[in-house]
Design a protein around this ligand. Structure first.
Ligand code: AMP
Ligand code: ZN
Ligand code: FE
Ligand code: FE
Length: 296
């Protein structure tokens, strides 16, 4: 068990709470139930399921969680990760303890889903110009009912032998300036933060430095827009000075500190569930605020 409980310490071994995980409900490889089983095997105390623009994976967990291994409980935080755009750059906002049944949230997420489907169709049109003809329904079915995105196209490009990895698919075809890139219509960070709060959740700024080199200049904006925490610990922010900087900024501004793996599966990186985490004592502050806000 983890002994040191200072908020923000890094545990690569014996991790305890991983607050950033994707499932098949968006572009993760494992189903929500598989993720929960894996997290239990790793001995985590809690995880957050944070799929892109959807809460569809959450109901599956709840039902199965009740039936699975009653003696070995793991807390599953109902979460989401919303993509937003500001000054030409993409920023992600994590929501924890959202109410997936909130009618307003459901309506907004339906709109996001339509935008994603339209974008995938446009990407496939563009890929035709470089001699790649993929069937929209093959891509759509691979995403099942979940949030469809570029990773689903990338996986089919691998499957059909156009590229040898998802990373190569992004580098050759799907990243900005590449032949299949289509910009996604996105809401502003403020809009996403409001939406999460209106749905009873806590809004966290996800991996600030992954999104922009100038994130430090935007902190005041994000605070004014109402973020309640910052995701300090993330595999792509794995530098001691960066972590120190963002943790200090969070604490100076009375914000909560979060962290997690952003786990999607094993193709994108070798990071496994729980490899980046925060101690339960740190998570407890998030949980207390998340649950308290819900009761208001
Ligand atoms: P989308 O929401 O359709 O724009 O897709 C964004 C998702 O694609 C991200 O959340 C990542 O999971 C994934 N992604 C982005 N860049 C890469 C990359 N270079 N290799 C593999 N996956 C990537
Ligand atoms: Zn993703
Ligand atoms: Fe993200
Ligand atoms: Fe993510």
């Amino acid at each position: 068990m983890v002994k040191n409980t200072k908020c923000g310490d890094i545990f690569r071994l014996n991790p305890n709470v991983d607050l950033h995980i994707h499932t098949t409900a968006s572009d993760g490889v494992f189903s929500p139930v598989e993720v929960v089983i894996q997290a239990k095997k790793k001995g985590l105390g809690a995880i957050a399921i944070t799929d892109h623009d959807t809460t569809l994976g959450l109901s599956e967990i709840k039902d199965n969680e009740l039936n699975y291994d009653k003696g070995n409980i793991i807390e599953v935080v109902p979460g989401i990760e919303l993509s937003t755009s500001y000054q030409g750059e993409e920023f992600h906002i994590l929501g924890y303890y959202i109410d997936p049944k909130n009618p307003f949230l459901i309506k907004e997420l339906d709109k996001f889903s339509d935008i994603r489907e339209e974008r995938v169709k446009n990407i496939l049109e563009r890929l035709k110009y470089v001699g790649i003809d993929l069937d929209y329904y093959e891509v759509k079915n691979s995403a099942e009912e979940g949030s469809i995105g570029r990773p689903h196209i990338a996986r089919i490009l691998v499957k059909k032998g156009y590229v040898s990895s998802e990373t190569e698919a992004f580098e050759k075809y799907l990243n900005p300036t590449k032949p299949g890139f289509v910009k996604k219509e996105k809401v502003t960070p403020k809009r996403a933060i409001d939406l999460i709060k209106e749905s009873g959740g806590l809004a966290f700024w996800a991996h600030p430095l992954v999104s922009s080199k100038n994130s430090h200049e935007l902190l005041d904006d994000f605070i004014n827009w109402g973020i309640e925490g910052i995701e300090v610990f993330h595999p792509e922010q794995d530098d001691v000075y960066i972590k120190k900087y963002w943790k200090e900024k969070a604490l100076e501004n009375g914000l909560l500190v979060s962290g997690g793996t952003d786990f999607h599966g094993y193709d994108k990186s070798s990071v496994d569930i729980g490899d980046v985490s925060i101690p339960y004592s740190c998570f407890k502050k998030i949980k207390e605020k998340g649950e308290k806000d819900k009761k208001l």
